[in-house]
Structure formats: structure tokens, C-alpha cells
Write a protein that binds this ligand. Sequence first.
Ligand code: AMP
Length: 414
Amino acid sequence: MPFSSLGLSSPLLKAIASRHYSAPTPVQTAAIPVILKGGDVRACAQTGSGKTAAFVLPILQQWTNGRRQTPRRVHALILVPTRELAAQIGESIRHYSSHLAEPIKTICVFGGVSINPQMMRLRGGADIVVATPGRLLDLVEHNALRLSEVSTLVLDEADRLLDLGFADELARVLALLPKQRQNLLFSATFPAAVQTLAENLLNNPERIEIEAAPETTPNIQQRAIETDVPRRTQLLRHLIQSQGWTRVLVFVATKYSTEHVSDKLRKLGIRAAPFHGELSQSARTMALEDFKESLIHVLVATDLAARGIDIASLPVVVNYDLPRSASDYVHRIGRTGRAGESGIAVSFITAENHAHFALIEKRNGMTVPRETIAGFEPEVVDTRVQPPNGGIKGKRKSKKDKLREAAALAANKL
Ligand code: AMP
């Protein structure tokens, strides 16, 4: 089905053509006609599915067809969990609106930066506001904007909004909106809290279930490599060099680890940089630009900071530390294999985290075969599973044992 059959106006089709998209993605095909008709949407769609255009394009068209007001009143409010995602959606809106007859004013607001410039930009109103909930409420309290005429509300990455503890802020924002409005909810996963939110928010929504779970997504190859905690950096270097990876997003658990791991990689001759929420906005923008231009080959990030990074071609994601939850795993590996490209998602499995990974597999209904890489095999014996003749806790495997295991593994594979 071509874009022209979705009911979009020619200025929007022109903007799409300049992006050289050959056809709408499934979420776009399903959502755009419904949104144009004013219906609510409940879409299960991951980053990479083309979901941004699925709501931005019809919102732009509705705005073009609507009544103009001076000062501008917020027509559409897009709530997002992070500033990166806000900035990326803002960028998409700017692009898709580039051929509209009248300029549309879009403002992106998020915390972690000074509020004053955002207040200045909101003078004279705005047509579309893309916001993280906390900063949006601050701005409302400062009388910098009013939400009483919002006709379309989008919750993007609703699962992350709740994961990041925005439930209270969300409730306060919803109370400021007019009762009559269109609601569009996009989420990669639908745990109970998101389902409840969807039930309370949406009015007879069109249910769109585009996302194939990543485990069934053929273009993401998942690998689980067993090793020991202290060998992970060397293993990472080995993989980067032996596989010729030049653009790798590495996930670690803490801000400290982003610095620590990227330092160690740099010492090993790999161009790596940390990426976390406490870097200044300009440092983050610079790191992303360097990564996109391949001046940096490895970005070492926390979940929070990496959320919403939209890099068109991200071939490899590495879980150096495992994510906390099964849904975070889905989000992380969804950074790769986007828009039809293939991707690799590697998880490092250690004696300390293997039970946690098994739980992630169970929750996501998937199984990732364990593998080892010669020279980086785990030396620590899994203390939970004792060999029949009374293994000694923490005993290191002998070379013979390892060879026997490798032979058994190879035999099983044949
Ligand atoms: P999103 O899921 O909105 O984060 O989009 C993921 C990526 O897919 C972005 O880089 C978009 O530019 C790209 N994209 C969006 N729509 C299409 C399409 N119809 N065909 C190909 N790529 C697309």
C-alpha cells in the first residue's frame, strides 16, 4: 500500500518523499487513517517501527485543517519519557511539516536544562508541545502555557513513562486537559500498569498490535555469551575487533560504569565514549554526533540516557550489564534491527546474573542459546548447580573439565 492511499495531504506526501521511504510501515498503515478520522489508538509498537510518523503525520494534517487561533493554543500534546525522545520527535515534526503552507510552531520542553529559554519560546503560544511530564507541569505552574484546548494527546513510550515513575505527574497533566479529546497511546510493552492506563484513558480505541516480540523478529540475532565479570571488557574488545563492529551501543547499569568501561576500552585502543544523564546536553549531543559520524565506535550508556536515541543504522547492541526488567531488555535490543535492517543483540551472562537472564527469557517467552568464546570462557563455577559428586563451591574448572564440556557441547550441536 502506498503512502498516497492513507488520506494524507500533498505537502505531507512531499515531505515523506524527501525521506525516500518506499512504503508506510505496518503501524503507519494501521494508525494514520484512524487518527485522521479522530479515533483513539492503542498501539503496541516499538521504537524502530515508524511510530513517530504514525502519529505526527495525521496530527499535522488535523492542525492544517483546523481553526487557527492567536495567540496559538496547544493543539497537540505529546508526552514522552526523556529529553532525547522529545528532541527527536521535535526534529521529525520539523521535517514532516516542512512543506506545509503555514509554519507550525512546535516547542519541545524537558527537565535538566534551564526553564527560562523554554518559557521565552512559549511566548505567543505553541501549536504542538512535546514534553516530559515534570517540566510540563512546571511550565503550567509558571503560566507559560495552557492545556485547556488540547485536541490530541499522545503518550509515547507509555511503558517507559510509568517505569520512570511519571504516573503521578501524568495524572496531574491529564486533569488539566479538556475531557473531549483524541488520545493516542503508544507503548512497546503492555504490563498491567500500562493496560490500566490505557483502559482509563482511551475511548473505544483502535487496537494495533504491530510489534512482533523481538525474540520472533527475524532481523535481530540474539546472542548470550557466557563469561566472567572481570573478562567482559576484554571480551567486548575481542568481539569489536574480530567482528569488525564500528557502531556499538553498550549498556551498563550505572553512570559510573559508563565512564569506567569507556575508559578501559579507550585504554585498549577502542574509540569509546560514555553517555549518561548527568552529562550536559551539549556533551550528549556531541557524543551522539561523533557516534553517528563514526568518530566514536562505541557508546557506553545507561538505559535512561540511551532511551530514545534514534540512530538510523545501529547494527550492534551489547548488554554488558543485564537490564533490570524483561521490558527493558525488549527496549534495549529494539535499538538495533530497525526499519528492516538486521541487528545483533549480545548479552554477557555471568555466574552472578545467569538466573536473572533466565527470568528475562521466561518473561519474554524466548530462549537464547548460551555460547562461549574461546579464551573468555567463565572460570567461576555456577555455585547453584553442583556436580553430582559434590562440587566444591567456587572451584575453578580445570582445563580438562573445560575440554570435556566443549566436546559434550559440540556433540549436542551435531
Ligand atoms: P520510529 O519508530 O518512529 O523511532 O522510527 C524509526 C526509524 O524509521 C526512523 O529513523 C524513521 O526515519 C524511519 N521510518 C519511519 N517511517 C518509515 C518508513 N515508512 N519507511 C522506512 N523508514 C521509516
